[in-house]
Design a protein around this ligand. Structure first.
Ligand code: SF4
Length: 374
């Protein structure tokens, strides 16, 4: 991991904190900052830099509000979810104690858009690469709505992302294609009108990120050891903050090892398997359930002929099956509840089960009501 002398990393770190501080105090300072926080290494480093920079600004100049916003899909990989929520609580406690202008928030999918309500309630087939209905509803919409609300309230908002050129060739090309916006560090967000993007660690290498995290304790207290262990146990990778489909090339691929535990887009869940291999055997029932959910996706006996809008889709003389049948949805719920019992913790909430049962009743009453395009 180490490629340079430790002193270099201190200099790089100090330079980054100074840059973030100067941007915080720049002319756009009436506009809130929104730090997209996934609990992964890159967004943790951005939150770390922002917190440190704020400690370096006198209270009278701490005018700009900062929001540290995480998105919880409600089907996050359990160890990642525990780490995420613990980190948020630590940041919240320290920010309150130090009276910093930081709000910590978690966004979640709407009640009618959770993974279980769409899969088991409406019968959406387990997502695959052709029909990845989940990313928008579970990740993009909740965070985008939070940002839109800030833009509406404050006239604009600046999103801080932990994206870096060396994450991948595709990421480098995308970053290089951005024009600059209102000043050299910001560029307008492509999909969220009135929002700008600031990328404080865009030129850091992965090694630099790890070196800085390992050699600088978080300003909210404790160490980054839990994060480092998490990556070690899951064999690396992360699911970054997702604000558009283009932001999500790794969502539902083997390079995204910190995605939803239910993700059937990937062939194997290497992250969860990594946790099991490193001793967390309690996750085995989750892996078995996910594998089963992936297997049954293309069983024609479990799918309706018609889509939810009542239409039949035929492509090249081939019938494209619609959602899971009601019997299949009941079977999936039953198996999920058995998995939940074996796992010993909540996987689906009572509220989701109520919502699912309401949808089933409506589907029984009006199977072919138009208006739902899944
Ligand atoms: S990780 Fe998988 S299930 Fe979760 S939003 Fe991404 S593609 Fe969908």
């Amino acid at each position: 991991m180490a490629t340079n002398e430790p002193a270099d990393f201190h200099a790089i770190y100090n330079g980054l904190v100074a840059d973030v501080r100067s941007e915080y105090l720049s002319s756009s300072q009436t506009f809130p900052w929104i730090v997209g926080f996934s609990g992964g290494k890159d967004s943790t480093l951005v939150a770390h830099l922002v917190f440190s920079a704020l400690l370096d600004v006198s209270p009278s100049r701490q005018i700009r509000p900062v929001h540290i916003v995480a998105n919880d899909t409600l089907v996050e990989s359990p160890l990642v979810s525990a780490h995420l929520h613990q980190s948020l609580q630590e940041i919240r406690n320290a920010a309150d104690t130090l009276k910093l202008p930081i709000t910590v928030a978690t966004t979640t999918p709407k009640d009618e858009h959770t993974f279980w309500v769409l899969l088991i309630g409406k019968g959406y087939p387990s997502p695959n690469s052709q029909m990845r209905w989940c990313t928008d509803r579970l990740k993009i919409q909740p965070t985008s709505n939070y940002i839109r609300n800030q833009v509406a309230a404050c006239g604009s908002a600046i999103i801080l992302l932990g994206v870096r050129r060396d994450e991948s060739e595709a990421r480098r090309k995308r970053i290089d294609s951005y024009g600059n916006g209102m000043d050299s560090r910001l560029h307008p967000h492509k999909d969220l009108q009135g929002a700008f993007v600031y990328r404080p660690i865009v030129d850091l290498s992965t090694d630099h990120v790890w070196e800085i995290l390992a050699s600088h304790e978080p300003p909210w207290g404790g160490t980054h050891d839990r994060l480092i262990k998490l990556y070690r146990d899951a064999a690396g990778g992360e699911c970054p903050i997702v604000l558009s489909q283009e932001d999500a090339p790794g969502c539902g691929t083997n390079s995204s090892r910190f995605g939803c535990w239910t993700c059937t887009v990937v062939e194997k869940d290497k992250s969860l398997q990594g946790f099991v291999d490193s001793g967390n055997r309690q996750y085995s029932p989750l892996i078995e359930f996910r594998d089963w959910l992936r297997e049954i996706r293309n069983d024609p006996t479990l799918r309706q002929g018609r889509r939810r809008n009542g239409k039949i889709t035929v492509i090249n003389d081939k019938l494209i099956p619609g959602p899971f049948t009601l019997d299949a949805r009941r079977m999936i719920l039953e198996r999920l509840l058995q998995t939940q019992q074996a796992y010993g913790d909540t996987l689906i909430t009572e509220h989701e089960i109520d919502t699912i049962q309401r949808i089933w009743v409506n589907d029984l009453l009006a199977m072919n009501t138009p208006g739902d395009d899944a």
